[in-house]
Design a protein around this ligand. Structure first.
Ligand code: SF4
Length: 427
């Protein structure tokens, strides 16, 4: 589609206009997810089978967080491999063997595909199977693609978690119903949610991914899944194929989002509404107190979202409903209408949601609108800042714990910070 061609529009049925755009995109590839996933699964290792560009991307994205031996690396595909002069499978086996010998702490190894491995059609699922057999039972080897041809930014996590699903232990139909929270959360956030669920009397609660490879949760027909992240379409599909049922809920961002998310689980497990109110009241109060000063800063501020992380809809809902910001345009790379239905229902009537991207057209609209704050990828932030627009890097929203009551204030602060900095510079 031409960048300036008319855009198909649809109404989501809740007064939100959804438009679709196709054209040039500016987003990171799915390798980026390794930066937060390697910290989450503590005995896993991510071996990217890629080029020097892939190695640089991971190093620079995660650079500040490397302190000792990182749990990711890149097996570089060089010119000899690309020219078909070397047997890539033999080389991959050799690199993997050396890695496992040197790092006996690794229990789960992900071979992560990239653009180069896809271009030379390296069969990573088969390589993972072969290596898994040779390292069993000590190390499990799985594969997924983080290539920029197949995935954007947060889809890397979706591909990784979906790769875990076939290996999850099977829960029988006669087992008691259990709750599975799906999506990588910072440990501190996970612990807070676990305490809240325990306070409501829910004791069969597990998280995917688990912190250790040997502690991955079981899944079966009595598993109720609650998505903690909005970009897990493939993972949810794989879990549903194993018989699990997804609970519809907004995402746990902000005081309102967190309450609605917790309530979806509480309702599914028949928690008494009074008990729910009692357990959530202290957190809700803390969140509302933390948000109040930021509402003064963000009320009436006009915000423009470029499509990047798939977190855009819940973030926009939070900004509009809890901080009184005004939404100019909410871009999202993909819109899963099923998973996003509760979020769409909460967006203010008249909100413009744009699915997909046509970069030039979107840049034109952003420049014309002159937003107070633009949420975008790193690549767009510098040019927009140079034009005098305040920006927020969407990647920061993935690296920072933002879910739950006790992080609501931090989340608001992330949006307020560029505005405060700008005011200081002007002074
Ligand atoms: Fe670039 Fe592709 Fe490697 Fe990502 S996977 S860093 S897009 S070459």
């Amino acid at each position: 589609m031409n960048a300036h061609a008319p855009i198909p529009q649809a109404d989501a049925g809740c007064g939100v206009a959804i438009r679709q755009e196709r054209g040039q995109r500016a987003v990171f590839c799915g390798l980026t997810g390794i930066v937060w996933l390697h910290r989450k699964i503590q005995d896993a290792f991510f071996l990217v089978v890629g080029s020097r560009t892939c190695a640089h991307l991971i190093q620079s994205a995660a650079g500040v967080m490397i302190f000792a031996e990182p749990r990711f690396a890149t097996a570089i595909i060089d010119e000899r491999d690309l020219a078909g002069l070397a047997d890539m499978n033999e080389e991959l086996d050799r690199v993997t063997r050396r890695l496992i010998e040197r790092r006996p702490d690794i229990r789960l190894l992900f071979l992560v595909g990239s653009c180069p491995s896809e271009v030379i059609k390296l069969d990573l699922p088969r390589a993972a199977q072969r290596l898994s057999q040779s390292f069993a039972p000590d190390v499990r080897v799985l594969s997924y693609s983080g290539s920029g041809i197949e995935t954007t930014f947060t889809q890397g996590e979706d591909a990784c978690l979906a790769a875990l699903v076939p290996d999850l232990p099977r829960a029988d139909a006669h087992e008691s119903p259990s709750l599975l929270v799906v999506g990588a959360l910072a440990d501190v956030v996970e612990d807070q949610f676990a305490r809240l669920f325990a306070g409501m009397g829910l004791d069969l609660v597990a998280f995917l991914p688990a912190r250790r490879a040997g502690a991955m949760p079981s899944v079966g027909p009595n598993t109720r899944i609650l998505l903690a992240q909005p970009f897990l379409a493939d993972t949810a599909r794989a879990l549903e194929a194993r018989g699990a049922t997804r609970l519809a809920a907004p995402f746990p961002l902000g005081a309102e989002g967190t309450t609605a998310w917790l309530r979806a689980a509480a309702d599914a497990f028949g928690v008494d509404p009074r008990m729910f109110a009692e357990v959530t009241a202290p957190g809700l109060r803390r969140a509302e107190q933390a948000l109040a000063p930021y509402r003064t800063m963000l009320a009436g501020r006009r915000v423009f979202f470029f499509p990047d992380s798939q977190l855009e809809l819940p973030l926009a809902r939070f900004l509009a409903r809890e901080l009184d910001a005004e939404l100019i345009e909410v871009g999202t790379p993909y819109l899963h209408r099923g998973h996003m239905a509760p979020e769409l229902g909460l967006l203010p009537a008249g909100t413009t949601v744009v699915e997909g991207q046509s970069l030039d057209a979107q840049m034109d609209r952003c420049r014309a609108a002159r937003p107070d704050l633009t949420v975008c990828g790193l690549g767009l932030a510098n040019p927009l800042e140079a034009e005098g627009l305040a920006t927020k890097w969407s990647i920061e929203l993935l690296f920072t714990p933002i879910q739950g009551y006790d992080q609501a204030g931090d989340l608001a602060e992330l949006f307020a910070r560029p505005l405060v900095r700008r005011t200081r510079l002007e002074v």
